[in-house]
Ligand binder design. Structure first.
Ligand code: GTP
Ligand code: MG
Length: 196
């Protein structure tokens, strides 16, 4: 998997603004601040492709990144579950995520990110249910693994596995954008998704 000719193709807030459907898309979902934009930068070896911030709620649009001159796309969705933005704003983002996930027929896989340091939130569990409901295989990336002590990692991963009702067909990838842990696993996974 080469990350050549990577670029932000389109930023959208409504369905009408989405780019054409000729290209397969892999979407990233997760709470605000979980590390979606950082994962895109790590994967593509670009520091500033996706804007990241220590303040949650940075990505407030749907961002379509084209990879290999638009052979496929990675789609960065707004984060959910950020209590500090207004209720109206939260609902707007939620509707944006729902519309994308339910209507986008060139969406080939949803990847859910959860923070490896904490037990999945109620929103994380709802999102996992939603992903199953739409018959996507459960693929979870546990982010910020560099912030855990070695002794905590297995315990936390087991908790994520159980809380999100994962099973033998599910995939759980421990990841750190900072240390680039799990990057090769993710790349292999992307190759597999796109070869189907
Ligand atoms: P929203 O756009 O608000 O939904 O957030 P996001 O999910 O895109 O998160 P973002 O990538 O902006 O990262 C949020 C914060 O977490 C930033 O300060 C990142 O530097 C930090 N961060 C992301 N990934 C990692 C990681 O693997 N390890 C560590 N230590 N910090 C990380
Ligand atoms: Mg972001």
């Amino acid at each position: 998997m080469d990350f050549v000719e990577v670029d932000l193709l389109k930023t959208a807030v409504s369905f009408e603004q989405y780019p054409d459907t000729l290209v397969p898309e892999i979407a990233l979902v997760g709470r605000s601040n979980v590390g979606k934009s950082s994962l895109i930068n790590c994967l593509t070896n670009r520091n500033k492709l996706a804007r990241t911030s220590s303040t949650p709620g940075k990505t407030a649009t749907i961002n379509f990144y084209q990879i290999q001159k638009d052979r496929y796309r990675i789609v960065d969705l707004p984060g959910y579950g950020y209590a500090k933005v207004s209720k109206a704003e939260q609902e707007k983002w939620s509707a944006m995520i729902d519309t994308y996930l339910s209507k986008r027929y060139n969406l080939v896989q949803v990847i859910q990110l959860v923070d490896a340091r904490h037990a999945p939130s109620k929103d994380d569990i709802t999102m996992a249910d939603w992903i199953r409901h739409y018959n996507f295989n459960t693929i979870v990336v546990a982010t910020k693994i560099d912030k855990l002590k070695k002794s905590q990692i297995d315990k936390n991963l087991t908790e994520i596995y159980n809380d999100l009702q994962m099973d033998n067909n599910s995939i759980l990838i421990p990841f750190s954008a900072e240390k680039r842990t799990g990057r090769n696993d993710l790349i292999a996974l992307f190759d597999e998704i796109l070869s189907n």
